[in-house]
Design a protein around this ligand. Structure first.
Ligand code: ADP
Ligand code: ASP
Ligand code: MG
Length: 247
């Protein structure tokens, strides 16, 4: 039995059908005897829409309130994914960043993960429940709701995988791996079976970004090996690790 941490990005939970697809994928892993913690993003477009509303009301919305507002996107998805799992007969529980024990530090809207106390998640896992964890959010040391910067669910997933010492960490997205460049822009981009943390960071600094850079730095620091793969098919993805030998 493996403990699998997965992250589903905005497109992967972008509609109710996509949420059903996520629930089916998680059920499949459960049927194979695995324990699953899924970190989920807000439904695609929701975070942008919330930011647009804030900017419509105020030229300079208070960052504290932006954190309160933006964290609601992920809170919607964790409840919806859990409900879709219940419909399939799977026992699932949602946890917000605070409930997941994600402790953050830094300025509002640009939080960094300081530590995770995964005891509640661990308790649910021990009770054989699937845990659906809100990405992109945590609780700051002063008790404030805190978000982790755009794309921050990637960081949540890597940090949760590290804190639970997961056997497998998968970043599920709308492409089936890391390509030599953005496959939506460059038609003959090539999928790489393996890539190093440093190469991922170099790609991000040159503008092609498939994951939030801070999440890759975190993975490098804590030695979290992960796979980037598609939430829409079963193609093997790209393993991201310290060393590799295929480029
Ligand atoms: P998610 O919503 O799952 O977090 P993102 O939109 O943040 O997904 O990231 C996935 C997108 O990253 C892909 O749709 C793709 O267009 C883009 N991308 C940019 N560079 C690359 C690359 N080198 N390899 C794969 N995807 C890339
Ligand atoms: N919902 C947040 C964003 O759109 C976080 C994430 O999706 O990773 O940036
Ligand atoms: Mg992303």
């Amino acid at each position: 039995m493996a403990l699998i941490v997965q992250k589903y990005g905005g497109t992967s939970v972008g509609s109710l059908d996509r949420i059903r697809n996520v629930a089916n994928r998680i059920k499949r892993l459960r049927d194979e005897g695995n324990q699953v913690v899924a970190v989920v993003s807000a439904m695609g477009g929701v975070t942008d829409k919330l930011i647009a509303m804030a900017n419509d009301l105020n030229d300079e919305p208070a960052e504290r309130e932006l954190d309160v507002l933006l964290s609601t996107g992920e809170q919607q998805s964790i409840a919806l994914v859990s409900m879709a799992l219940h419909e399939l007969g799977i026992e699932a529980v949602s946890v917000t960043g605070r409930q997941a024990g994600i402790k953050t530090t830094g300025s509002h809207t640009r939080g960094k993960i300081d530590a995770i106390d995964p005891s509640l998640m661990r308790q649910y896992i021990d009770d054989d429940k699937v845990v659906i964890c809100a990405g992109f959010q945590g609780l700051r040391e002063d008790g404030m709701i805190h978000t982790l910067g755009r794309g921050g669910s990637d960081l949540s997933a890597i940090a949760v995988a590290a804190s639970l010492n997961a056997d497998v960490c998968q970043i599920l997205t709308d492409v089936d791996g890391v390509y030599t460049c953005d496959p939506r822009v460059v038609k003959d981009a090539r999928k790489m079976p393996e890539v190093s943390y440093d190469e991922m960071l170099e790609m991000a600094s040159s503008g092609t970004k498939v994951m939030q850079s801070r999440s890759v730095e975190f993975a490098k620091k804590y030695g979290v090996i992960f796979e980037v793969r598609s939430s829409l098919n079963d193609n093997p993805g790209t393993i991201v690790t310290e060393e590799h030998d295929n480029m």
